[in-house]
Design a protein around this ligand. Sequence first.
Ligand code: HEM
Length: 227
Amino acid sequence: MATANTMEKPFFLTSIGKKYLMGLTGLVWSGFVLGHMAGNLLMFYSADAYNKYGHAITSGAMIYAIETVLVLCLITHVVCAISLTLENRAARGHQRYAMTPNGSKGATLASRTMAIQGSVILAFVILHIATFKYGTYYETTVDGVVMRDLHRLLIEVFQQPGYVVWYLIALVFLGFHLSHGVGSLFQSFGLKNNANEKLIQRLGWAYGLIVAAGFLAQPIYCFVRGA
Ligand code: HEM
């Protein structure tokens, strides 16, 4: 007779299912951060170009769809991470080498600190949205269109050393999280093997480095540039 223990769980509630969900939701956020970082590079071109870009992406209905997907992915990613971490902690009582939420044998510093990195990044995202999305609303007119002057807010925020230091710390964490996340993603989807392990690791480092460096340049530029 089947007992509660032997009944099959839905796939996405199993450990491997949660790893899949973490991989998929992580992939969505990885794509978002790359796009966000690249779009933000317009600040180096001109204030008008940056504001026009911000206005274009936030004035259509599409932004609500993007926000909904991002929020759902973030919640799923965090819930799965907490659940897998708790499962691993419990398993560690029984076996010496418990699997990390990323599917690897928790050896490297990057993999062992994924939960800490994730917590810092989550705190960063919440504060970041409060600072910019819900921050002071300045207005400007570009090509006869009245729009939000986000560029002015950026310069104002990144004139404050405390913000700049916090961004630098959080973005370094983001770089490590992305670097390791790429490897975990390939591992979760069974695409990592001995032959491509090194390549995937390099890909992860390159991705984390490009995103982190692109973002890091922004507060540094605003701070150095001045008002
Ligand atoms: C130096 C780095 C960054 C700068 C200068 C920056 C700038 C901005 C600005 C100006 C906005 C407001 C957009 C608007 O309301 O029109 C924004 C929104 C946002 N940023 Fe960033 N960002 C940075 C890094 C990041 C990172 C690393 C993440 C994620 C890990 C992130 C996630 C978001 C999210 C989720 C939103 C809200 C999008 C929305 O719902 O409209 N940002 N960012």
